[in-house]
Ligand binder design. Sequence first.
Ligand code: OXD
Ligand code: MN
Length: 586
Amino acid sequence: MSTPLEQWVESVTRMTRPERIVWCDGSEQEAVRIQQQMVREGRTLPLNQETYPNCFLHRSDPSDVARTEKVTFICTRDREAAGPTNNWMAPSDAKKILGDLFRGSMKGRTMYVIPYILGPAASSQSRLGVELTDSAYVVANMRIMTRMGKVALDRLGNSSDFVPGLHSLGDLNPDRRYIAHFPEEKTIWSIGSGYGGNALLGKKCFALRIASWMAREQCWMAEHMLILGLESPSGKVTYMAAAFPSSCGKTNLAMMVSALENQGYRVWTVGDDIAWMQVGSDGYLRAISPEAGFFGVAPGTNEKTNSNVMTALRKNSIFTNTALTILNEPWWEGLDDDSPKGLVDWQGRAWTPSSGPAAHPNSRYTVPAHQTPSISPRWEDPAGVPISAFIFGGRRARLAPLVYEAKNWQHGVYVAATMASETTAAATGAVGVTRRDPMAMLPFCGYNMADYFRHWIEMGQRIPHPPRIFHVNWFRKGADGKFLWPGYGENVRVLKWILERIEDKAAATETPIGLVPTPDALTLDGLDVSSTTMEQLLNVDPSEWSKEHADIGKFFQEFGDRLPDEIRDEHARLGERLRRAAVVPK
Ligand code: OXD
Ligand code: MN
């Protein structure tokens, strides 16, 4: 009798017609074979093995360099279940369209079977997936990003309890590219792209879109959040999870070298992109990172912005679409001040300053998490880490203060549901446009976002010790267009205030939008930021916020009657507070 996994592999084989099937065991020997295969295929080069041992540069197809949200679908029987913020297709239509593309798509190719675990191997919060793919690059990345191979197969046994994900490069034609999720069947089909978020099905597709659906059914949370621990001088570590849209510095925040290290404040990394959380027996929300590696944006990464990852990525890492130096080392804009001579750009062409960025703006590194010097000793704790604060944030040149705290859980859900950010290169589309991105989940929520807000409200009632909720904005600019806040390691000053709020030690002023630090509540010693700049950073302007309020109202209209009353009430209350603030003389 064959197992459910064998039966599925068999049926996919009949459809896609691979020449060979390789069951991945996760061994070192297999890793070497996969690397050799990638190099043979011609899009992957070994890097300088002295300075970057066991590292490779992969150049993807130039039309395939970012997540493609336009062709990402949630396929539910009822269109409303996917909601107004997702592209929807009926499951039968999707199976037909994609099925036609998958038919024979692996002819002459190898199909790899990748069993994998999301989350620490020993955790009951972890889940199993299996990806079938015809891309060796996907195998090499999944090996870093998940616990894959024998460890997963052993845990699966004869069970059918895994998320099947089918992936084929197809012909890489953007017109025949689809990323389809079937949350009711907990299945993923992706064709026509080899790029990370479209092709590494354990990441956005399973760990967020499918998992968010599972989490609602099973009363847990799957969120686009980093997880960090802030150690205070007493040695106590307080864990926080933070949601920011793509390319807003989650990885850098999670691995921050604290500017207050000499005062005993230190940051430990648990995860940099995704948090799975459930209520623990102690009444705290317990978080695990489903990932075992970091798939980070390279440009802008350097010793100052993220020295931990710079150390981590010197071995066993994959670089995608970065530039290459004459020393055979990866290079990207922002790595150092000057571009080295003789650079080859991300498409393999000789680079000159007039030819645009040498590295693609969404070029990436894939690096094993355990190589990061800041990795938390508890990053694989099977019970997860207890979360004391949720932090939400976006890229807002105006409006949002450096930090504020929500009044309570329900207000915090409103703050998170209304967050917005200026778009970046992580997804295709215009860059720099403000878009509302609730909980940083807009591209990743696998169901109707109005129902997702309700799930958040309900979780608040289920968590005896819910995290306190904060909003931050590192990106506010002054009239001269320059950032007001230095960011990076200095962000620990904001984390320290958050910690002190949790411990009821830090002062705050009530404003219409929430609680903002009093001028002296933030630790600013040793920092060159004037008091006028601090005032600008913490300013809440009721008239600007009234415009924001109106804009939020328009966004909510999309959800019609499905929007929870609690969110509607919070919206009305904010409107009321802003009206009162506008009439009270300063
Ligand atoms: C990512 C993203 O790659 O959010 O993490 O785009
Ligand atoms: Mn992300």
